[in-house]
Design a binder for this molecule. Structure first.
Ligand code: G3I
Length: 333
C-alpha cells in the first residue's frame, strides 16, 4: 500500500520546522501520543515542564527530570526543541512571588535561573522563548514581578544572559494577539527594534496564535504579512509558536466547523511557507484529547489536528496539502 508522506517528511523537504507542544504525562503514559508526535513533527516545545514553577520548586533546587525526559525524547527522534519559557508572569513558584525580594535579589535570581537552565541545555535546545507575554494589549508593559522589582531592563538582561549561556541558541520574544498590526504588535515591534538597535541578542518574535474560526478569529493574512515584513526587515525570524484553532463558538454543524478550521490551518501554513522569515510552525498540542482550551474556556472544543482517538482531522490533511504545495479544497482524503 502506498504510504502518504508525514507532515514532518514534507516539512523537512520544505526546510520548515513543524512542531507541537508536548505534555509530559501523555508522553510517558500513552504510546499512541508518543508515536504520533515522533511520526509527524520535527520539533517539540515542552508545554509546561520548562517553566519556572515546575522547574524550580525552591530557590536553591531545580527539578530537571521531566524537562530532561522531553529533551531526550526529541534527541531520540531527531526533533529540535523550542525551550519555553525563561521569563513569564505565570506558572511562577510561590517562593518567588511571595518572597518580597529586593531588586538586587531579583536580578540575581533571574540571572541564575536563565544561566542554569539555558546552560544545562546548551546545544540541545535550538531556540528559547526568552521573554513571554511582557506586553499588554494596549501596548504598555505588563505589570509583573519582574517589571516591578527590576524595571523594564529585565527584558534586555534576560536576552543577554541567555545568549551568554548558549551563544548558538536562537532567542525569541513570544506573545499572543501579536500577529497583526494592532497596538500590541506595534509595541512589540518597537521593543524588538530597540533591542536590536542596542545590540541585544534577539533573533525572532513568536506569534502564539491561539485563534478561532469565524470573523475576528485572528488578525488575518494581510496584517500578518505587513507585520512579518517589518520584523523581517530588522533581521528577525518569525515563528508561529502555539497555534490552535477553537471551533466552540460557531453555530455551524461540526463537519462545517472542522472544514473552516482546516482552511485556516492550511492558509497559515501556506503563509509561513511563502515567507522566508517564517521558520517554524508549532501547534499547542496535536490531539484534541490533550489541549489546554477546555480547561481555560470551560467549554468543550476541538482545536487541534488529530481527534481524541489520534485520527487525522481535516486540518491535518490541510496542513499536508499545504506542505506538499497543493490546495486545501480538493482531494483532501
Ligand atoms: O501539574 C499540576 C498538578 O500537579 C496539579 O495537581 C494541577 C491542579 O490544578 O495542576 C497542574 O498544573 C497545571 C498545568 O497546566 C499542568 O497541567 C496548571 O494548573 C495549569 O494552570 C497549567 O496550564 C497551562 C497554562 O499554560 C498555564 O498558564 C497549560 O497546560 C499550558 O498549555 C498553558 O500554556 C500557555 C503558554 O505557556 C504560554 N502561552 C499561552 C498558553 C496557553 O495558556
Amino acid at each position: 500500500m502506498h504510504e502518504e508522506p508525514t507532515l514532518r517528511a514534507l516539512a523537512d523537504r520544505r526546510g520548515i520546522g513543524i512542531g507541537a507542544a508536548v505534555a509530559y504525562g501523555p508522553l510517558v503514559g500513552e504510546p499512541e501520543y508518543a508515536r504520533t508526535l515522533a511520526r509527524e513533527f520535527n520539533m517539540l516545545t515542552p508545554e509546561n515542564v520548562m517553566k519556572m514553577g515546575p522547574l524550580r520548586p525552591a530557590r536553591d533546587r531545580f527539578d530537571f527530570d521531566q524537562a530532561d525526559a522531553l529533551v531526550r525524547f526529541a534527541q531520540e527522534h531527531g526533533m529540535r526543541v523550542r525551550g519555553h519559557t525563561l521569563v513569564w508572569h505565570n506558572q511562577q513558584p510561590a517562593w518567588l512571588t511571595q518572597g518580597n525580594f529586593s531588586r538586587d535579589e531579583m536580578l540575581a535570581i533571574l540571572k541564575e535561573h536563565i544561566q542554569t537552565v539555558v546552560g544545562r541545555y546548551r546545544g540541545q535546545v535550538y531556540a528559547w522563548d526568552v521573554v513571554n507575554e511582557a506586553v499588554n494589549d494596549d501596548g504598555t508593559l505588563r505589570d509583573t514581578v519582574w517589571l516591578r522589582t527590576i524595571g523594564p531592563e529585565y527584558i534586555e538582561l534576560a536576552f543577554r544572559w541567555a545568549h551568554e549561556a548558549d551563544p548558538a541558541a536562537l532567542l525569541f520574544y513570544n506573545d499572543y494577539n501579536n500577529e497583526g498590526m494592532g497596538a500590541k504588535a506595534n509595541a512589540i515591534y518597537r521593543l524588538v527594534r530597540d533591542l536590536k538597535a542596542k545590540g541585544v541578542p534577539i533573533h525572532g518574535v513568536g506569534w502564539q496564535m491561539h485563534i478561532r474560526i469565524g470573523p475576528g478569529g485572528y488578525a488575518g493574512l494581510e496584517a500578518m504579512a505587513q507585520n512579518l515584513e517589518r520584523l523581517a526587515a530588522l533581521g528577525l525570524q518569525v515563528q508561529i509558536t502555539e497555534l490552535d484553532v477553537q471551533v466552540q463558538k460557531s453555530q455551524a454543524p461540526m463537519a462545517e466547523r472542522l472544514e473552516q478550521q482546516a482552511t485556516l490551518y492550511g492558509d497559515l501554513m501556506r503563509f509561513c511557507l511563502a515567507h522566508q522569515a517564517c521558520t517554524a510552525f508549532v501547534l499547542w498540542g496535536f490531539t484534541d484529547k490533550h489541549t489546554w482550551i477546555p480547561g481555560f474556556t470551560k467549554h468543550e472544543d476541538w482545536p487541534l489536528i488529530f481527534d481524541r482517538e489520534y485520527r487525522p482531522k481535516p486540518a491535518y490533511y490541510a496542513l499536508r496539502e499545504a506542505l506538499a504545495g497543493g490546495h486545501t479544497t480538493t482531494h483532501r482524503r
